[in-house]
Design a protein around this ligand. Structure first.
Ligand code: SAH
Length: 462
């Protein structure tokens, strides 16, 4: 499993709801199978062409509208994006940032009323634009067979034409557009989903926010890329900040952006970023928060809530690539990170070594199983003084909460990316004797509905 399916609904990740090319192929059982298939193929093709024509027309209209709007309202204001409501990126286009923050605070206040004693105002960004340090751009063909560059439309495989996006890193947008402009001179054919032919499907660009290193992953259908060295040279001469280029092979009919195989074309095959004075590796498939500036504030809040003296044993459940645990290790006696995803654990071990952090270990296991086994004495390990959990949107499990209460940490720090499941879990924690003294939102995803929250729970006295 790579980073795309971990925690957040990535704007550029084709949604799970989307109908994949394969899904559209209905199995046939009858004897006139071939006839029906041929005629179905024809009708499917006609349908797809018609829908593509409609969508292209809508795109052109939207672009025209944007040009007109921009002429009237230079510089472009948030809300004037032609892809608003279409690309699946920003749900809150056109909503002033202050209002977005108020809306998120209201939501948290409603959900956490009676569950978290003090609720502090959400930490917003000074400049809420261009914060995404991970950009997935898609290539395809328009009706006339001309290559297009864009982002996926919400809940579909249709590509919305766009070269830049107000929440994505600007340089990453320029790099994607630069790749697009090199296509014809290098005779690179873009992938066409309808005919399942072509070479270049996507480009993923990731930026190490503090290091300003850029990683370009070209997602292609074939490992054979004849002019690769010259292509990389041309790209790097325009964008010297690119420190690594990777060819990722994805030849399957899939809604996942990345395939499993990576071939390094230039550089080390990964970039690094720094958060809270620690260095973390970002490789094409690894999970790393897309808004590092705000992530740093989130992690700082977690460390502040934990109020570590250096003597504590800390458990970092759902630890991903070990970020929070490694930062906490600098303030604690011993840390254990628990994570289900094997690749993430591998990255976490690498990150710990990179930071010369020796008082941390990682366990590749389901977090609930780990908690139950630890509390039943079926695996070795000290009981934690501080428990940090950062589960996916589905939240944690009643069994996890039961075992956590049995282990009895002094403090629990709950980092959540879904206020609904946070509220649900806080109720269960309360039943087990833990109450949240404070909670605060951190706006990791301006212009979207996503709300990240951090809550501090302590053992009720008596
Ligand atoms: N704390 C990390 C990662 C949070 S994302 C960070 O800040 O970067 C949530 C993580 O939970 C993902 O890495 C996901 O792989 C992991 N996960 C999901 N289900 C899990 C489970 N049942 N047990 C352990 N880890 C799980």
């Amino acid at each position: 499993m790579n980073s795309e399916n971990r925690k957040y609904h990535s704007r550029s990740k084709p949604s799970k709801k989307r109908t994949s090319f394969q899904d559209r192929t209905v199995p046939e059982k009858r004897t006139d199978l071939q006839d029906r298939r041929a005629s179905k193929k024809r009708t499917d093709l006609q349908d797809r062409k018609a829908s593509k024509k409609r969508a292209d027309l809508q795109d052109r209209k939207a672009l025209k509208k944007q040009e007109l709007t921009q002429k009237k309202t230079q510089p472009a204001l948030p809300g004037s994006c032609p892809a608003a409501g279409k690309c699946g990126g920003c749900d809150l286009q056109g909503v002033p940032y202050e209002k977005q923050l108020e809306r998120k605070d209201r939501q948290l206040n409603q959900l956490l009323a009676g569950l978290a004693e003090k609720r502090y105002p959400i930490l917003g960004m000074k400049d809420p634009t261009h914060y995404r340090c991970k950009v997935n751009a898609a290539f395809g063909l328009d009706r006339k067979g001309k290559p297009i560059l864009g982002r996926y439309e919400k809940n579909s495989h249709h590509i919305v034409r766009m070269e830049s996006c107000m929440i994505e890193d600007e340089k990453a947008n320029e790099i994607a557009a630069g790749i697009y402009s090199l296509l014809s001179s290098f005779r690179i054919r873009v992938y066409d989903e309808d005919s399942d032919s072509g070479f270049l499907r996507h480009v993923q660009i990731r930026r190490g926010f503090a290091t300003d290193q850029y990683m370009v992953t070209l997602v292609c259908t074939d490992p054979v890329f004849p002019s690769k060295q010259n292509f990389v040279k041309a790209l790097r001469s325009r964008f010297p900040e690119i420190s690594t280029v990777i060819l990722n092979i994805n030849d399957r009919h899939t809604s996942m952006v990345l395939g499993e195989r990576n071939i390094v074309l230039y550089g080390k095959g990964y970039i690094e970023d720094r958060l809270c004075r620690c260095t973390f590796r970002i490789s094409p498939g690894s999970f790393y928060q897309v808004n590092p500036a705000q992530t740093q504030r989130l992690y700082e809040t977690a460390i502040r809530y934990a109020n570590l003296s250096g003597d504590e044993t800390v458990l970092d459940a759902y630890c991903g690539t070990g970020t929070i645990g490694i930062i906490a290790a600098g303030h604690a006696k011993q840390v254990t990170g628990v994570e289900l995803n094997q690749d993430a654990v591998r990255d976490a071990v690498w990150n710990a070594r990179r930071n010369k952090t020796e008082n941390i270990r990682f366990v590749n296991m389901d977090a609930t199983d780990y908690m139950e086994k630890l509390s039943a004495g079926r695996i070795d390990g000290a009981h934690p003084d501080v428990l940090i959990l950062d589960p996916p949107r589905s939240g944690t499990t009643p069994r996890f909460i039961e075992a956590a209460a049995h282990l009895g940490p002094e403090k629990i720090i709950y980092v959540s990316c879904s206020p609904d499941t946070l509220a649900r879990d806080l109720k269960l924690f309360r039943k087990k004797g833990y109450h949240a003294s404070k909670a605060q939102g951190v706006d990791l995803f301006p212009f979207t509905n996503h709300v990240e929250t951090i809550a501090l729970l302590s053992k009720e006295q008596g």
